[in-house]
Design a protein around this ligand. Structure first.
Ligand SMILES: [Zn+2]
Length: 99
């Protein structure tokens, strides 16, 4: 039992310093598989840019999504009015992480 158990560099820990390139590759691979960046939803992105935009309402209550189909603004798919959903899913979808 060592404190290195579970470390992605375990195999290199006791090794020579000749493996630095290998370590970098391992860390990069690990980072690729474990993105820490929290993804935001389209609704969060929209309101961060247009905080005064109107919200849609449902049963008289404001929802947490804009008063338009996401596809009107961001594109990327058929408008919900044609697919008969209420846009909750399309606005709550997470955006691709952007740098
Ligand atoms: Zn929609």
């Amino acid at each position: 039992m060592t404190r290195c158990e579970g470390c992605v560099l375990e195999n290199y820990c006791e090794g020579s310093k000749d493996n630095v390139d290998g370590e970098v590759a391992i860390v990069e691979q690990w980072a690729k598989e474990h993105p820490e960046k929290k993804r935001k939803t389209y609704a969060e992105d929209f309101f961060s840019k247009y905080p005064d935009a109107p919200h849609s309402t449902k049963n008289g209550m404001e929802t947490d999504r804009p008063a338009a189909c996401r596809m009107v603004i961001y594109g990327g798919g058929p408008l919900c009015i044609t697919t008969k959903c209420d846009c909750a899913a399309c606005w709550n979808e997470e955006m691709e992480a952007s740098e």
